[in-house]
Design a protein around this ligand. Structure first.
Ligand SMILES: O=C(O)[C@H](O)[C@@H](O)[C@H](O)[C@H](O)COP(=O)(O)O
Length: 249
């Protein structure tokens, strides 16, 4: 089952980040009230990082037991582990120690320090996802995600799933290596659409007039080949959280 796309507009990037952060806190608090923990998939990019910083700065952040939150990534750049290009490094910098996470529950994708290829790192992440599913007593290859956050590229890419690439159409593997990303750096690791769409809620975080075409294509349900973001649907909720200048009129 997948949830229809709902668009929510915001006047500017600051209000988008602040209001999205409150939404994130609402979801994580509710998940912990329900089952004592929460599982969130983060993404890279400026908006994903801005929302993390807003969560870390929120006076409500202490409503969450961050030691009982599992943090995953929908994609990562396959570079040195301490590289400033790494999504998990940028996330740590955005949070700046304000959220006391359990390191064992922060699931960074593998780096070029630890794996020979992005495909090796992808295989390892599939294993980590499957182990988490076992811990949840789920007969699946992955845990249950309460929320997945995504950016949206001007070309309609999400995570590291880019137009015209075969990865977009992968319907079995949960995580793949990417060798030819048009967005640098070229080598990456990415969750696939079925993996992303297994999340209860999937939210796009999109700011700027340069994304208006991609937002329109996602809203119109453009072909996956051209707009990978159009293939995104959470099982319970799919939100397009955007700034006004991403929308027509
Ligand atoms: O690793 C990455 O580069 C991101 O995962 C990528 O998918 C990003 O989310 C989009 O390119 C949007 O990025 P901006 O929000 O910075 O435009």
């Amino acid at each position: 089952m997948s949830a229809e796309l709902e668009t929510v507009a915001h006047p500017d990037k600051e209000s988008l980040a602040a209001e999205s952060a409150e939404r994130v806190l609402d979801v994580v608090v509710a998940a912990q009230d329900e089952r004592g923990e929460a599982s969130v998939v983060l993404t890279g990019g400026s908006m994903g990082t801005a929302v993390l910083a807003a969560v870390a700065a929120s006076p409500r952040r202490d409503e969450v037991d961050w030691s009982r939150v599992d943090v995953w990534w929908s994609d990562e750049r396959f570079v040195a582990g301490d590289s400033a290009e790494r999504n998990c490094v940028q996330a740590a910098e955005a949070v700046d120690g304000a959220l006391v996470l359990n390191p064992d529950r922060v699931h960074c994708m593998g780096s070029a320090d630890d794996f020979g290829t992005a495909e090796d790192a992808a295989f390892d992440y599939r294993r980590e996802l499957a182990a988490a599913a076992d811990a949840e007593h789920r007969a699946a290859a992955f845990p249950r995600f309460d929320l997945a956050l995504l950016g949206l590229g001007p070309d309609g890419h999400v995570a590291s799933l880019f137009p015209g690439r075969p990865h977009v159409h992968e319907d079995d593997a949960t995580v793949l290596g990417v060798q030819d990303s048009p967005k640098p750096p070229p080598v990456r690791v990415t969750m696939t659409l079925p993996m992303i769409n297994s999340a209860r809620r999937v939210w796009f975080l999109v700011a700027g007039a340069d994304k208006a075409g991609a937002v329109a294509a996602v809203r119109a349900g453009a072909p996956l080949e051209r707009t990978p973001g159009a293939g995104v649907r959470g099982t319970e909720e799919t939100l397009l959280l955007v700034t006004d200048d991403c929308l027509p009129g």
